[in-house]
Design a protein around this ligand. Structure first.
Ligand code: PT1
Length: 281
């Protein structure tokens, strides 16, 4: 199975890809304000490449529960200078974490190769047509509602079945927009309109999403369900993040989205040796 993202492509099955998170925001849930100048953000991007990232995901609008929305202009001002510089300095794809077609368009012109869409439940097709026209990779993420409403009593009768229904319906609409399925990655949206039980069911159910024959991406890094299950505070969730990344990798997820790139690379390498997915030793 191939995933095409601009001039990049990845063949699956393969060792799990690591998408490193670069939040250029003052308010992201675990690292807000850390990389809110262009220089510091570029430096962290280069550091993630050195740590073994396969993709850098740049976001200028936090989408954690109850985040405050930002304008197109503000989002552009945050992310575009970072994308322009990093795209020239690194040889891995840069992804733009945005729900706005205007931001995605300028980001692609600036050098981004992937659109990471946490509003995969969109009803308009402009973002899908943009991905089709530009050949960018496209990450379709499941969510219920918006960041402002999604944690307001989320309900499912069978969360894996309902997320699979969602993938089927959205993929059919996407097909009609000239966006090739080879460009598409599916993401269950951990923490987006889900209770702790829903998140656990989705992680245990990774295999049910493989039927679409597309790479599955999972983002658990530092999220609140780890805190809810263990009592760990925001700055203390690395162990839970690593265990969940290794678990979903073993279940067939192709990409994990993480803050802690070096630690995740180390954990995944060991995990792959222990599961006999690496030949030597
Ligand atoms: C994700 C993701 C994302 N997560 C993709 N993009 C975030 N494709 C941003 C919490 O419960 O999983 N996949 N972009 C961050 N969103 C959240 C959601 C952060 C929930 C924290 C929580 O703590």
């Amino acid at each position: 199975m191939i995933w095409r993202a601009g001039t990049y492509s990845f063949d699956f099955p393969r060792s799990t890809l690591i998408m490193g998170i670069l939040n250029v925001t003052p308010d992201s849930f675990s690292d807000g304000g850390l990389y809110d100048s262009t220089d510091r953000a570029v430096e962290r991007g280069l550091e993630m490449v050195a740590e073994g990232a396969d993709i850098i995901d740049i976001g200028g609008e936090s989408t954690r529960p109850n985040a405050v929305p930002v304008s197109v202009d503000e989002e552009l001002k945050r992310v575009i200078p970072v994308i322009e510089i990093l795209a020239r300095k690194v040889n891995i794809p840069i992804s733009i974490d945005t729900t706005k077609v205007e931001v995605a368009h300028v980001a692609i012109v600036a050098g981004a190769s992937i659109i990471n869409d946490v509003a995969g439940n969109r009803t308009d097709d402009a973002l899908w047509r943009l991905a089709g026209e530009t050949g960018a990779g496209y990450i379709l993420m499941h969510t219920q509602g918006t960041p402002q409403t999604m944690q307001n009593n989320p309900q499912y009768s069978d969360v894996c079945a309902e997320v699979n229904d969602f993938f089927g319906k959205q993929l059919a609409k996407i097909d009609a927009c000239g966006l090739n399925r080879e460009q598409v990655v599916l993401d269950v949206g951990i923490g987006f309109g889900k209770t702790v039980e829903h998140n656990i069911a989705l992680l245990k159910g990774v295999q049910t999403f493989l039927k679409w024959d597309r790479p599955i991406m999972i983002g658990t890094s530092r999220k609140s369900f780890i805190g809810a299950l263990t009592g760990a505070g925001l700055s203390d969730r690395l162990a839970g993040s690593l265990v969940s990344a290794c678990f979903v990798a073993g279940e067939g997820a192709g990409i994990v989205r993480v803050h802690d790139v070096a630690a995740t690379r180390q954990a995944l390498i060991l995990n792959e040796y222990l599961h006999n997915k690496m030949n030597s030793v």
